[in-house]
Design a protein around this ligand. Structure first.
Ligand code: GDP
Ligand code: MG
Length: 447
């Protein structure tokens, strides 16, 4: 997926403005890329539709070129579908908080039970694990082992019986009820109920999970789904949504090759937040789910996204606007403004390496190529060595003042003079721009 998208955006480079045809071509490629990543077909359709709409109606940004704008739109849409920001667990007003796990066999429920238990214990909670999977041989033993590793007690139907061939018997609904009662009696503030799964969607299993839910009234029902599940993500998620319903999603096995297609499908089809990510077999391989990180992972273009952020910062719109106003109103362009311009250029300088990838930066790019970072330090030192009055009105800088400034900033008086000459020419340029209505831009640019 990422390679596909990267090449899609490469195609957008070196174009001035996006036309409808450009956008459509891009959207077609995004559609294909998402389908390759096993994002469900209706999800892909809706997603690309929204991106297209927004790209067509987007105002042309001063800071971003069209290609960057499309990247940003795609990224924003991904984050929005993935749930905006991470949602934490919600706890019951009156403990114990009941957390029920649901999902197919092998999804990673029992492993997650241990991870969650450890995570909660480290946050000062006193969780109890409840073994309500009486389907799979050894399931109770597996949870006991996990509980021991997490340092969290386990409530099981046959405590003490733990042979390799153990096939637990009993009623899982009753075990869940008893487990919650046990937690209340022993003052555990959280109960995590591990349940049985089947290899595929199954009516009987769904009914059992629904019964456990009804009997224990959980504060959270977490649907655990293997991130590698592919197109089946939609069917499975819908079946659990209809059959059991859940309050949140946990994506497991995100440490594999999964590109996040399932994340997009599940979030989009169920509207439930993805809350956690399981990223390995060890108890600590567990983290909150961050939609923005997942969006980047799906796009796998971290550096391009960073670039957008930097560009936005560098062209701080407010700063530019206030400077424009100053010039138009005739307040004058001061040495301080000059310094700010230099500093903005420095920010851009740090992007220099990456600029090779960017289209449409034309003359600015040339300026940045010729830009000497040390120059900014020198200008800053000199300006800082001046009194506020000198900064506001450099004309008062006579020989002895210049000598003082030179000493204070560790440069020669000649260098102070050079700066003043450059500043004056920048000032003239800004005045001219103010008169002609042009926007202030790179007036203070060296070279
Ligand atoms: P359950 O049937 O839903 O309870 O699933 P389990 O917790 O028993 O997990 C099934 C298998 O997947 C086990 O071998 C786990 O070690 C493995 N597993 C679970 N979560 C992860 C994960 O996040 N990453 C990896 N690589 N393996 C996992
Ligand atoms: Mg299990």
């Amino acid at each position: 997926l990422s390679d596909r998208l990267t090449s899609t955006f490469k195609n957008l480079r070196n174009k001035g403005r996006l036309s409808e045809a450009d956008i459509d071509a891009t959207v077609r490629q995004i559609r294909r890329a998402l389908l390759d990543a096993d994002v469900a077909v209706p999800v892909v359709r809706e997603f690309t539709g929204r991106v297209r709409e927004r790209a067509l109606s987007a105002e042309v940004s001063g800071a971003l070129n069209p290609a960057q704008q499309v990247v940003k739109i795609v990224n924003d849409e991904l984050i929005s579908i993935l749930g905006g920001s991470a949602r934490p667990l919600s706890f019951a007003k009156v403990p114990p908080t009941v957390i029920m796990l649901a999902g197919l066999q092998g999804a990673g429920k029992t492993t997650l039970a241990g991870k969650l238990a450890l995570h909660l214990r480290e946050q000062g909670h006193t969780p109890l694990l409840v073994a309500a999977d009486l389907q799979r041989p050894n399931a109770v033993t597996q949870l006991s082992v996990v509980g021991e590793r997490a340092g969290v007690p386990v409530y099981a139907p046959h405590p003490g019986v733990a042979s390799e061939l153990e096939v637990p018997t009993g009623d899982p609904v009753q075990v869940a009820i008893d487990g919650v009662a046990e937690a209340r009696a022993k003052v555990h503030d959280v109960v995590i109920i591990d349940t049985a799964g089947r290899l595929g969607v199954d009516g009987e299993l769904m009914a059992q999970a629904a019964d456990i839910r009804a009997a224990t009234n959980p504060d959270e029902v977490l649907f655990v789904i293997d991130a590698m599940i592919g197109q089946d993500a939609v069917t499975t998620a819908k079946a659990f949504l209809d059959g059991v319903d859940f309050t949140g999603v946990v994506l497991s096995k995100l440490d594999g090759d999964a590109r996040g297609g399932a994340a997009l499908s599940v979030a989009s089809v169920t509207g439930r937040p993805i809350m956690f990510a399981s990223t390995g077999e060890q108890l600590r391989d567990f983290e909150a789910f961050y939609p923005d990180r997942m969006a980047s992972r799906i796009l796998d273009m971290g550096d391009i996204l960073t670039l957008i952020e930097q560009a936005e910062k560098a062209f701080d719109a407010e700063q530019a606007a206030s400077m424009a106003k100053k010039i138009v109103s005739g307040d004058g362009f001061t040495l301080e403004d000059f310094l700010v311009q230099m500093q903005q250029l420095r920010k851009l300088g740090s992007m220099k390496k990456m600029l090779g990838m960017l289209p449409g930066m034309g003359q600015m790019r040339e300026a940045i190529d010729n830009f000497d970072e040390r120059e900014v330090d020198r200008v800053e030192a000199i300006v800082r060595s001046m009194t506020p009055m000198e900064r506001a009105n450099p004309k008062i800088l006579n020989g002895s003042r210049k000598a003082r400034v030179a000493r204070g900033s560790g440069v020669t008086p000649a260098e102070v003079n050079q700066l003043l000459v450059r500043f004056e020419s920048a000032q003239k340029m800004m005045k001219h721009m103010g008169k002609t209505g042009g926007l202030p831009g790179m007036g203070g640019m060296p070279g």
